[in-house]
Ligand binder design. Structure first.
Ligand SMILES: Nc1nc2c(ncn2[C@@H]2O[C@H](COP(=O)(O)OP(=O)(O)OP(=O)(O)O)[C@@H](O)[C@H]2O)c(=O)[nH]1
Ligand SMILES: [Mg+2]
Length: 622
């Protein structure tokens, strides 16, 4: 077969945080996650390049690595992809080594290793904008001659140099590669030779920057200060949760009013009866009760995305390292745990950056305790209904403070649980922190905006794919069978849902849950925010007079404070998300550990709710 006609396969390889994914996105038009810290990409992602010549090539984005001598599962993915060891895959036709032009020293060794593999290669000198701003002088001609590979300078985030890069890749794709991958793990002497060679090339080709990045150092002396740094971290978190409540309030009121208006409108248009009930009590109340929380989720993500782009997250990891190490967590567990604030699924996957299986398991087991964004609707609903919106100590909003407390409860229990895991299952020292601190970058407004839009899309898609079907099923269960002629109780009491709720109620009565809550917990296993939708549906049907009222005020009139607090405690711990359990099963490759996680989380949830309920009742909250 003609080489030129075959779809060439291209692999992007390079150090962590060198801009591989940004380049992948620029080449393919994809929107994979890009952030300013090492270890963002943990699996291979494939895309298509359409060259101006009309040719298409497939391109692989890979996890970052410093060497082909892989230690952690994510680095193994890269090694195996480069060497063509993945099942059913041949080695790539062209390897594109993506280098951070401002940080060539480390990548040179990787380039030498990659050259030894013997695939046709292109070097993309990325972040060239920063190199130029710093006045870093790289002798490109000399470097090209030393390395014997074509070099293209790129600015992935601005899509600069992309056409040249594609052209260079096409040229290399025409070069016949050696058939066998020749790489084998080097011994100590070879490693030393390679390091010396890299150092020599570095000296020969790169002049130190005229305007070195002193800003990063100056900012770090403040943000990484052992005491001041931690205070700033906590202040940031505090402001974040205050903002989640105070900034979101007006928009949420608007959305709530819109949903109530829509419900009223549809109720007028549709005739009384089953269809009206399905649309108004089921779909609009249920889905609407979750949609209201979109502004809060976006505000939270605005903070997270901006801090990630700025380069703060790796610093936060550095600051937390002592505390995490004390609790038996690996230094590299921070990023997986941080990702879990969005959702435990990417968090559990991000644990692939940890090389020791035990440390990885510990991280995976506690990741779901981090407050994922699906808990926000549950937390906010209960807080809005039961915690007064008042200012304490003259500056802090009480609702924001409670939210902060719930997040803190998740973090603290993750630390305690990992400590216990260490005590019960294994001992031994944890590895200290080992992550490069990236240079600070001004967050790019367009990419922050775009990432927020992606978040909104994820949230809305969940509302359509998970919440909508769940509320429809629940509506059916809560409506049928019809009550008997001489019924004395509300109709829902005679329905399947009512029967189920009543049957399971005794299990949950000791922790203060009523049967409506029990009903909400069952579809709430699919995903946490479904519980809010389910409460919306259940109470809309059960409480027909109040149906147009807002869910928060309905709950406030039906639950005691103790019940509400107990429900919050339940949601800190309970493993209410089947998708996470599936990913834990896949990533640990062990049913045993999945069950251990389910068991300990339900156990903690029940205990915490029990204690919360009884303490609250004793203090007069019954
Ligand atoms: N100024 C500038 N920033 C860039 C450039 N390319 C990437 N970045 C930024 O560098 C950071 C890292 O980019 P990523 O694409 O996530 O890096 P990666 O190599 O995929 O990182 P890992 O997946 O963790 O290995 C992000 O903040 C990007 O916005 C560039 O050419 N110029
Ligand atoms: Mg990446």
């Amino acid at each position: 077969m003609d080489v030129a006609l075959k779809t060439a396969r291209v692999a992007l390889v390079g150090n962590p945080n060198s801009g591989k994914t940004a380049l992948f996105n620029a080449l393919t038009g994809a929107h994979q996650k890009v952030a300013n810290y090492a270890g963002v990409t943990v699996e291979r992602k494939e895309g298509l390049i359409r060259a101006t010549s009309g040719r298409t090539m497939s391109v692989l984005d890979l996890p970052g690595t410093y060497s082909l001598r892989a230690r952690s599962p994510d680095e193994e993915v890269t090694r195996d992809a480069v060497l063509g060891r993945l099942a059913g895959e041949t080695p790539p036709d062209v390897v594109v080594c993506v280098a951070d032009a401002t940080n060539l020293r480390l990548v040179l060794r990787l380039i030498l290793e990659l050259k030894a593999v013997g695939r046709p290669m292109v070097l993309a000198l990325n972040m060239y904008d920063i190199a130029q701003r710093q006045g870093l002088r790289i002798d490109l001609e000399r470097l090209r001659a030393e390395l014997g590979v074509p070099i293209i300078t790129t600015v992935a985030t601005r899509k600069r140099g992309i056409d040249d890069l594609v052209a260079a890749i096409e040229d290399q794709a025409a070069v016949a590669a050696v058939t066998e991958s020749q790489w084998r793990s080097p011994d100590a002497a070879e490693l030393r030779t390679a390091a010396r060679e890299a150092e020599r090339i570095m000296k020969a080709c790169v002049r130190p920057p005229e305007r070195p990045d002193t800003l990063t150092g100056r900012i770090d002396s403040v943000l990484l200060h052992p005491v001041g740094g931690l205070l700033i971290l906590f202040a940031l978190l505090f402001v974040m949760f205050q903002a989640v409540f105070s900034w979101a309030a007006p928009v949420m009121d608007g959305i709530e009013a819109g949903i109530a208006w829509l419900g009223g409108l549809v109720a007028n248009v549709l005739p009384d009866g089953l269809l009206q009930s399905l649309v108004v009590d089921g779909v609009i109340s249920g889905v609407g009760s979750v949609l209201v929380f979109l502004p809060q989720i976006l505000i939270l993500f605005l903070f997270i995305i901006a801090l990630e782009d700025f380069g703060y997250m790796a610093r936060a990891a550095f600051l937390m390292d002592k505390i995490m190490g004390g609790a038996g967590l690996h230094g590299r567990a921070f990023i997986p745990l941080l990702s879990s604030f969005a959702c435990a699924i990417p968090g559990v996957m991000a644990a692939r950056v940890i090389d020791s299986r035990r440390d990885r398991l510990t991280t995976i087991l506690v990741a779901p305790l981090m407050t994922c964004s699906a808990r926000i609707p549950v937390y906010t609903l209960i807080i809005a209904a039961f915690i007064p919106n008042e200012t304490v100590w003259g500056f802090a909003n009480l609702q924001g403070l409670v939210m902060f407390g719930l997040y803190a409860a998740g973090i603290v229990s993750a630390l305690i649980v990992s400590l216990l895991i260490r005590k019960v299952f294994w001992r031994g020292a944890v590895e200290p922190f080992m992550m490069e601190l990236p240079a600070y970058k001004t967050p790019d407004l367009r990419s922050v905006g775009f990432n927020l839009w992606l978040r909104a899309k994820i949230f809305l898609t969940r509302a359509g794919r998970i919440i909508l079907p769940a509320v429809i099923i629940l509506w059916v269960l809560a409506t049928f069978p019809y009550p008997p002629e001489n019924a004395t109780l509300p109709a829902i009491d005679y329905s399947f849902a009512g029967m189920l709720g009543r049957a399971l109620e005794p299990i949950f009565a000791p922790i203060g849950f009523n049967w409506q809550m029990v009903i909400a917990l069952i579809p709430g296993m699919a995903a946490r925010e479904v519980a809010v939708a389910a409460l919306g549906t259940t109470y809309a049907i059960a409480d027909a007079e109040n149906a147009t009222g807002l869910l928060a005020s309905t709950l406030a009139s039906h639950w005691s404070l103790a019940t509400a607090l107990s429900f919050l405690a339940w949601y800190i711990f309970a493993p209410q998300c089947v998708a996470t359990l599936g990913v834990v099963r896949r990533e640990t490759n062990s049913l045993k550990w999945t069950w251990i996680m389910i068991g300990y989380m339900f156990g903690l949830a029940y205990l915490a709710s029990f204690a919360t309920y009884h303490v609250a009742v004793a203090l007069g909250g019954g």
